[in-house]
Design a protein around this ligand. Structure first.
Ligand code: ADP
Ligand code: MG
Length: 736
């Protein structure tokens, strides 16, 4: 659907290029993915060339692209085999520079005719060094007469080049195509900029003044032809700010609109499931858990949908917090659903609920307590009969529903869903959140939980419609996990010592995780070409037999993602029951698995994992009354970056610090995640991590703008929002 813009400037920016440029040019620009005026103006130079007014031969530097006006001082022709060489000495009266041309006889002659002694021309190229002298290899050139006019025949492209490089500024060099060389792109930009002259800015003057930003048209001008680097940086800042503000403004109006939606009022009362649960709880809630719960309960009691992101360190006890909100919903007569990323985790959550609720979880049966509800587990691996029963129970209003992606299927219908909880959000996209929310008849309350710390700027961009809560404190008595890096290249025998240590733990009645990066030897590995001693990483399947030999007499089981759900669940329950001493697995245990009796973890080839991933992994141990030991083994070079990352994991137990380290290594796309990649397509120049400050600033400005214009009656703001929405490719912004 075409967007109707209210301001002339937005109408001008969104004009198709075909309105402004000729058909052939428009088609060529389409080849670069550029459709409208704004697209072309955001097609920024890849690099810049110093224009003729800015350059003299005495100041050229190796590696820079330059355009110089110079005279031919000397021409030398050297005959070669198939190719001859023409050496042209150029001078601007102060200094010399050599230009070199290689080619066949015919070409050399043509060049020689053009470049006769004493003539003047513009030479454009990249400066290199040869035998200690600076030179231009195959510069583009046009010859000039004494008045500075082009002499002889010059193609359209050459003429464009001459016009562009004679500007007194940095000249943009663009990503171009064979049909549309950089000089033509530059001319298109000029033409398009011309159509914007005199139009008012897209942002209120007060905002620009407060942020010290240039007006939009100057910013476009300066981004393409800056006078100097500082001017270009200010221009980029303005363009990025517009992107950040458009996004934040959209989110702010969304939050405002969401707050106007009606949601079920969930009030706490004594004597319900929640009170019974609290009374049975085998531990004291931490201060953090209590504070976060209070915020959540307060919001659940309001008639508008709660939208919360709960971040918390691994093991900080988010599940209990979530369960309590779910029970409050059931007490108020509604259903609550918990979406988990894996079968193992969903099964575990259901079991935890049943244990902690006791008789109160037997709703609908004869054993039920006076106040009771039903816990229904729905996963992909249920038998047909079990699935039908689960679906019926959900449709008939079972209070507590837990499951995996299976919950998202259209056959799943709720009677009166009021609260959606999503565990370990980084595994899910915004899509899934809204699919589940859409199953409620009114807008449900939403609680999203994540143990992977999300930097503020990412949270504000990806989860911009959610308000963040953080659990920093770990429950008292939580055991320290001592993490040690074992470099087997430096200390080959230490691994044997590690296996002995495993035996000692098991002798004490504890359990151990051994984690491998791969399932089978055929799975992809991360090859490090800088390391001549590189070897393939450990894999669960081939390593199982070897480990059984090393740890003869211990009960060992393997677990990985390619096993059937039944087998996985059986192994997990055997492990939880203590029938398995050593669990050899992949990262299937990374997320949320809770086995208090597990005290030791050995991560094989730990350098193959991300820093945050290792932090998540070790969060699986030390959850009970015994201290935990985590060994990160690696065969990497002792002075490698990989080694220093492992040492960072060993030296800090702060997940937020580790997330920062992770971010430095990762690409933007990884951070936003596949499911959230839609947001990237809406961002052009803005980088969520690098521009964190800018995003924070834009968020503040957006909040103020929405407060002073809640109806969005300023056409500029309305257009900014429409523009951001029209650019959100997979419509993720459309959902709340
Ligand atoms: P996470 O935040 O990583 O999801 P969990 O909710 O799985 O952490 O909690 C980890 C473990 O800590 C669980 O065994 C849970 O029962 C326990 N736990 C939660 N809160 C407390 C508390 N206040 N005191 C002691 N143990 C707690
Ligand atoms: Mg958890």
């Amino acid at each position: 659907m075409a967007v109707e813009y209210r301001s002339d400037t937005y109408r001008a920016l969104t004009r198709p290029l075909s309105d402004v440029l000729d058909g052939a040019t428009t088609k060529a620009l389409l080849g670069l993915g550029l459709v409208n005026v704004d697209d072309l103006l955001h097609h920024l130079p890849r690099r810049y060339l110093l224009g003729t007014d800015t350059t003299d031969l005495a100041s050229v530097e190796v590696g820079s692209s330059v355009a110089v006006v110079a005279r031919v001082r000397q021409v030398r022709r050297r005959e070669g085999g198939r190719l001859s060489r023409l050496e042209v000495q150029l001078t601007d009266g102060l200094a010399d520079l050599q230009a070199i041309f290689f080619g066949q006889e015919r070409m050399i002659e043509w060049w020689q005719r053009q470049l006769s002694l004493g003539v003047k021309g513009i030479f454009v190229g990249k400066v290199s060094e040869f035998n200690g002298a600076l030179q231009l290899t195959h510069p583009d050139f046009v010859m000039l007469d004494e008045q500075g006019q082009i002499v002889g025949f010059a193609s359209q492209e050459r003429q464009a080049m001459a016009r562009q490089v004679r500007r007194g500024s940095l000249v943009g060099i663009y990503g171009a195509t064979a049909k549309l060389p950089t000089w033509r792109v530059a001319e298109c930009v000029d033409n398009v900029l011309e159509t914007l002259q005199g139009l008012p800015d897209t942002l209120p003057a007060e905002v620009l003044a407060a942020q010290g930003l240039p007006d939009l048209i100057s910013a476009f001008q300066a981004a393409h032809h800056p006078l100097d680097w500082a001017e270009r940086d200010r221009a980029l800042l303005r363009l990025k700010f517009d992107e950040a503000l458009a996004l934040q403004l959209t989110m702010a109006y969304r939050r405002q609109a969401a707050a106007a939606n009606l949601a079920p009022v969930i009030q706490r009362h004594g004597g319900g499931l929640l009170a019974g649960f609290d009374a049975r709880l085998p531990f004291q809630l931490t201060a953090g858990q209590r504070e976060v719960s209070e915020v959540l309960f307060t919001e659940l009691a309001l008639p508008r949908p709660m939208q919360r992101l709960l971040q918390g360190e691994v093991g900080s006890g988010k599940t209990v917090v979530a369960l309590r909100t779910m029970l409050a919903a059931v007490d108020a007569g509604y259903q609550a659903v918990l979406l988990a990323p894996t079968e193992v985790l969903a099964t575990q959550h259901a079991a935890t609920m049943r244990t902690l609720l006791g008789d109160a979880a037997n709703g609908g049966t004869l054993q039920a307590a006076d106040v009771a509800t039903e816990v229904v587990l729905l996963t992909g691996s249920l038998s047909a009969v079990a699935r039908r029963n689960a679906l019926n129970a959900i449709a008939n209003g079972a209070g507590l529903v837990v499951g995996t992606h299976a919950l998202l299927q259209s056959r799943v219908e709720f009677a009166n869903l009021a609260l959606v909880v999503i565990d370990e959000q980084h595994r899910f996209g915004v899509e899934q959140r809204s699919t589940l929310s859409a199953k409620a008849k009114t807008h449900p309350h939403v609680l999203v939980m994540t143990a992977t710390p999300i930097p503020r700027s990412v949270a504000m961009t990806v989860f911009g419609d959610l308000e963040t809560l953080t659990l920093t404190e770990l429950p008292a008595g939580r055991q320290v996990i001592q993490t040690t890096v074992v470099n087997t290249r430096v200390h080959p025998t230490w691994l044997n010592r590690a296996w002995e240590r495993v035996r000692e733990e098991v002798d004490k009645g504890r359990q151990v995780f051994v984690v491998c990066p791969r399932i089978s030897a055929k799975d992809d590995d991360v090859f490090d070409e800088a390391d001549p001693g590189w070897r393939a990483s450990a894999a669960v399947e081939p390593f199982t037999a070897e480990l059984a030999l090393t740890l003869k007499g211990l009960r060992i089981a393997a677990l990985h993602g390619r096993m059937s759900a039944d087998v996985k669940a059986q192994i997990m329950s055997d492990f939880t029951a203590g029938c398995i001493d050593v669990l050899l697995s992949t990262t299937v245990i990374e997320v949320g698995v809770d086995q208090p009796n597990a005290t030791m973890m050995i991560v094989l080839d730990a350098d193959r994992f991300g820093v945050s991933q290792l932090h998540q992994l070790r969060g699986r141990i030390g959850r009970g009354t015994h201290a935990g030991v985590c060994l990160l083994t690696t065969n990497t070079l002792p002075d490698s970056i990989a080694m220093s990352r492992l040492e960072a994991v060993a030296n800090t137990d702060n997940g937020f610090e580790l997330a920062e380290i992770d971010l430095q290594q990762r690409q933007e796309g990884d951070v936003l995640g596949n499911a959230q990649s839609g947001s990237r397509s809406t961002l052009r120049l803005l980088r969520v991590i690098a521009d964190a400050n800018l995003i924070g600033c834009a968020r503040l400005v957006a909040t103020q703008l929405v407060a002073s214009d809640p109806e969005c009656s300023d056409p500029r703001l309305a257009d900014l929002v429409s523009f951001a929405e029209s650019r959100s490719a997979d419509e993720w912004l459309e959902r709340t």
